[in-house]
Write a protein that binds this ligand. Structure first.
Ligand SMILES: O=C(CO)[C@@H](O)[C@H](O)COP(=O)(O)O
Ligand SMILES: [Fe+2]
Length: 221
């Protein structure tokens, strides 16, 4: 099942509710929520309070992408704030297995994410435990960057590992997703697509969402 996850990093934070309702009405499944701490990545966004406020205003699945050091310290807070999926970077902790277990213990879905420079071998031991694997298709930290084409092969290899082992996780891609790049990712095996600037930097985000769906439908034929 393919899902579109608009990233509110590119929304207008003074009109956040408006920008969330807009994509919800356009028929997306997820809302992608980027948490940045200024340490793991060179940018800062917001913390659990904002996630809790978003939770009160939407029934979309809150897909929380934690770009923070020591994620273990904040998992409980983001789970209690109403995050549905907590996705942590394998590079952000020494104890990735323990951190994934902690997410599951908090009764939310567990995701794992890889920077473009990190090989798939780094996450193989936790693959049986996760609900989602996110392949970064840009370096994390900012919206509006160019898609890294080499990441398509990484998605393809991950899909092979998934099929070989009968794993059930979703494969998500994040960064530089547009009508030009989504088809390649879908064809390689991704089924959850984050869209930030492509969706929100447009006059009509609804049309951009539709064009992403159309591009996937064209690839499926
Ligand atoms: O995690 C991140 C950036 O670190 C993303 O979720 C961005 O929000 C994607 O933005 P676009 O590349 O789609 O503009
Ligand atoms: Fe993200």
């Amino acid at each position: 099942m393919m899902k579109i996850a608009p990233s509110i990093l590119s929304a207008d934070f003074c009109n956040l509710k408006h920008d969330i309702v807009l994509v919800e009405k356009a028929g997306v499944e997820y809302l992608h929520v980027d948490i940045m701490d200024g340490h793991f990545v060179p940018n800062i966004t917001f913390g659990p309070k904002v996630v809790a406020d978003i939770r009160k205003n939407t029934s979309l699945v809150l897909d929380c992408h934690l770009m923070i050091d020591n994620p273990e310290a904040y998992i409980k807070d983001f789970a209690q704030a109403g995050g549905d999926i907590l996705t942590i970077h394998v590079e952000s902790t020494r104890h990735i297995y323990r951190a994934v277990q902690l997410i599951r213990d908090n009764n939310v879905k567990a995701g794992i994410v890889l920077n473009p420079g990190t090989p798939l071998t780094a996450i193989e031991p936790v693959l049986p435990l996760v609900d989602q694997v996110l392949i970064m298709t840009v370096n994390p930290g900012f919206g509006g960057q160019a898609f890294i084409p080499e990441m398509v092969e990484k998605v393809r290899k991950l899909k092979e590992i998934k099929d070989l082992n009968d794993y059930a996780f979703d494969i998500e891609v994040d960064g530089g997703i547009s009508d030009k790049t989504i088809g390649k990712c879908y064809e390689a095996g991704a089924n959850v697509f984050v869209g930030g600037s492509y969706i929100y930097d447009a006059d009509t985000p609804e049309q951009r969402i539709q064009s992403l769906k159309d591009a996937v439908a064209l690839t499926s034929k």
